[in-house]
Design a protein around this ligand. Structure first.
Ligand code: CP
Length: 306
């Protein structure tokens, strides 16, 4: 059994289906006036975030509280990390306080993988550098499953800052394992060489990437991870790669408009697309709570089958 969730690369299609089915049950609980369940009663969940977050951190905290766990948050800026404590020492300290589930976000790819074998707590990767963001991809997949009924025969286009995105990597692993076709698109400076080896089609223009797509997922331009200008300006990025209502018409008329957030309005998508009828961005956020409840429930019951 796997005690941790470090990425979708490591999970089987059966593991992923089991998370999605459990999340569907958790979503029923979330629709009740009283959302409290005893699933994690007596357990302790700690969010250890070295990078900013709104959605992921809050949804893990709410998910833990809805399931009656003790939940606590630590950010790098308010902790002994500022005094020079190492990641491993910090993780071992939190583990020594009786933590059952440790949720980690870090700017370094592989940080949760480093901690996981050193602690008895289950470690959940809440986004590591440019590597993976597995619970984000799972909530994206839950949204697609709810709206489209499954994955086989679907085409999902993921466009924008492919190079710096952990979301794209987790989605590619998850979606292709469940039978969807994935295309990626964006400026050549934001697409890493050899992306095709991940089993996806790569396009340097948005119309080619999204044509006949059932889902169009925009990725945030991550200026904070770019060391030098990889395109002339955000205005020019939007002109050539942003998606407005006219450009969206290359996808299927009922294509889902998705984004992990936070969105740069007028960069990845126009406001009319973000707020339009095809947008499921807020439903993705709701599904994030259900998915995180499901993952923590499964890990508290022994983890994922090998
Ligand atoms: N999608 C996502 O990870 O958002 P946050 O950075 O707000 O958690």
């Amino acid at each position: 059994m796997k005690k941790d969730l470090l990425g979708l690369k490591d999970l089987s299609a059966d593991n992923i289906n089991s998370i999605l089915e459990t999340a569907e049950t958790m979503k029923l609980i979330l629709s009740q006036p009283n959302k409290k369940t005893p699933h994690l009663q007596g357990k302790t969940v700690v969010n250890l975030f070295y990078e900013n977050s709104t959605r992921t951190r809050l949804s893990f905290e709410l998910a833990a509280k809805y399931m009656s766990a003790n939940a606590a948050n630590i950010t790098a800026s308010g902790s002994s990390v500022q005094k020079g404590e190492t990641l491993i020492d910090t993780a071992e300290t939190i583990n020594a306080m009786g933590t059952d589930i440790l949720v980690v976000r870090h700017s370094m790819s592989g940080a949760p993988h480093l901690i996981a074998p050193l602690v008895s707590a289950s470690v959940i990767n809440a986004g590591d550098g440019m590597d993976e963001h597995p619970t984000q991809a799972l909530l994206d997949m839950l949204t697609i499953k709810e709206k489209k009924g499954g994955f086989k025969g679907l085409k999902v286009a993921i466009v924008g800052d492919i190079n710096h995105s952990r979301v794209v990597r987790s989605n590619i692993y998850g979606l292709t394992k469940l039978g969807a076709e994935v295309s990626v698109g964006g400026p050549s400076t934001l697409i890493p060489p050899g992306m095709e080896k991940m089993g996806v089609m790569v396009f340097k223009s948005i119309p080619e990437a999204i044509v006949d797509a059932d889902g169009v997922m925009g990725l945030r331009i991550q200026l904070e991870r770019q060391k030098s200008g990889l395109f002339p300006s955000l205005r020019e990025y939007y002109r050539f790669f942003g998606i407005d209502e006219k450009r969206l018409k290359f996808a299927k008329p009922d294509a889902l408009v998705m984004h992990p957030g936070p969105v740069n309005r007028g960069v990845e998508f126009s406001s009319s697309v973000i707020d339009g009828d095809q947008s499921v961005i807020n439903e993705q956020v709701t599904n994030g709570v259900a998915v995180r409840m499901a993952v923590m429930y499964i890990l508290s019951r022994g983890g994922f089958a090998d």
